[in-house]
Design a protein around this ligand. Structure first.
Ligand code: PLP
Length: 420
């Protein structure tokens, strides 16, 4: 049975236009478990895309922790509760590097918004530097960093975007740093100063170029040299996705002043955070206070704690490393004239497609995403032109699931229309 058009019409009528869905025929998913999703017709799909259900859809341990705490107490953070303190003791222990204090939020966007203000409060400067092919969230301040839909009235002058590193043009950390230095100088000359460089250490939304270790260090040094802070957006690489490390900044050998966490943190429960060094967070608290009704609640703490429990007890970071390496090797053995590059780190993969002329090929990426879906595997596309296949499954994706995905990908590539 295909998706009834009445349901899509009802959705458009109630949610408004331009509320996107994935796939030519959108999915109506009713149930999830581990790496699997079931649609309204009972068809099962292997989820190779979603990073929010980090320890697997509907993980019983997480569901139990959430519901048991909800059955006991859920209040806002103006009452004292040890749940969030115990959680943050544990989380900051995993982060290290003096990242000791947290502002809890409900979404990654809020965490990024707070992080920008932390940097501005701590430095007294307002200038912000980000890449020109990124997304850090949906608040008014954070949207100013996005390229795709720039703010109405134009980008504010205190925001400077630098060319995003690109895997196919060659990754040179010194060139990236030179762009950052140029942006920093311009911000200083214009009187904004440099509050922060905001960057995802895996450059996930930039197309996952898989920067080599240390790639971002020269850029970070340029900003820190002029008194700016480094904000690491760990919303995608954090919590062990890269397998080799808990955090993307560790893989890059960076010492961020602030990290932002979100998506995987609550396995679907809305919990996120901006975590900084004590002086940075103190400057923010002094300047702004900050209260967020639903953040730092006992249920948020119980849920996020259960996510850490499962990650550690089920060795999911180690699984990401081992399963990810094996799957990447298989993906790299696949050939098609449109494949320009296949790369990955842990359970995070990109397969980039180009035309014969060497330009981005979104048509192939879309055909692969649809072909995988037809074979029961869910994937997505990224890149400036949506020309890069993106795979980012839940961390419980094991060798059996990797086998299924490889077979479906191989079959999909073989079934693509002939190209000269
Ligand atoms: C790198 C990055 N930062 C921030 C966000 C915003 O997070 P949220 O959607 O939870 O507000 C996203 C969301 O896609 C993201 O990919």
């Amino acid at each position: 049975m295909s998706m009834p058009s009445s349901l899509l019409q009802r959705r458009a009528a109630r949610l408004g236009p331009n509320v996107s869905t994935f796939y030519d025929t959108p999915l109506h998913i009713l149930r999830g478990e581990g790496c699997w999703l079931w649609d309204a017709d009972g068809r099962r799909y292997l989820d190779a895309y979603n990073n929010v259900p980090h320890v697997g859809h509907a993980h019983p341990r997480v569901v139990a922790a959430m519901s048991e705490q909800a059955a006991q107490l859920n209040t806002h953070s103006r009452y004292v509760h040890t749940g969030i303190l115990d959680y943050l003791d544990r989380l900051t222990g995993l982060l290290g590097h003096g990242l000791d204090q947290a502002v809890m939020t409900c979404t990654g966007s809020e965490a990024m918004d707070v992080a920008l203000r932390m940097a501005q409060a701590a430095t007294g400067a307002t200038g912000l530097i980000a890449t020109d092919n990124t997304y850090h969230g949906n608040t008014s301040a954070v949207t100013a960093l996005s390229t795709r839909r720039p703010p109405i009235g134009g980008r504010p002058p205190h925001v400077r975007l630098v060319p995003a590193p690109d895997a196919l043009s060659g990754l040179d950390g010194d060139i990236f740093a030179a762009h950052v230095a140029e942006a920093a100088t311009a911000l200083q000359e214009e009187g904004f100063g440099v509050a922060a460089l905001i960057v995802c250490p895996a450059l996930a939304n930039e197309g996952l170029p898989c920067p080599p270790a240390g790639f971002l260090q020269p850029a970070a040094a340029q900003v820190q040299k002029v008194g700016g802070l480094l904000i690491a957006d760990e919303i995608q690489p954090g919590f062990g996705r890269l397998g080799s490390h808990w955090w993307g900044f560790e893989q890059q050998g960076l010492r961020p002043d602030i990290v932002c966490l979100g998506k995987p943190m609550g396995n679907g429960y809305p919990v996120a955070a901006a975590i900084g060094t004590a002086p940075v967070v103190s400057a923010f608290r002094t300047a702004f206070g900050y209260f967020n009704t639903f953040a730092a609640s006992p249920v948020a703490a119980a849920t996020a704690t259960a996510v850490l429990d499962v990650l550690e007890e089920e060795n999911l970071r180690q699984n990401a490393e081992a399963t990810g390496a094996a799957l990447l090797a298989r993906m790299r053995s696949m050939h098609h004239p449109r494949i320009a590059d296949t790369r990955g780190h842990g359970l995070f993969f990109a397969m980039e497609f180009q035309t014969q002329e060497g330009t981005p090929c979104p048509v192939t990426a879309k055909a692969v995403v649809e072909g995988l879906k037809a074979r029961g595997v869910l994937a997505g596309a990224i890149g400036r032109q949506q020309h890069i296949l993106k795979l980012r499954p839940p961390m419980v994706f094991g060798p059996a699931e990797a086998d299924l995905l490889s077979t479906a990908l191989q079959e999909t590539l073989e079934a693509l229309p002939d190209v000269p």
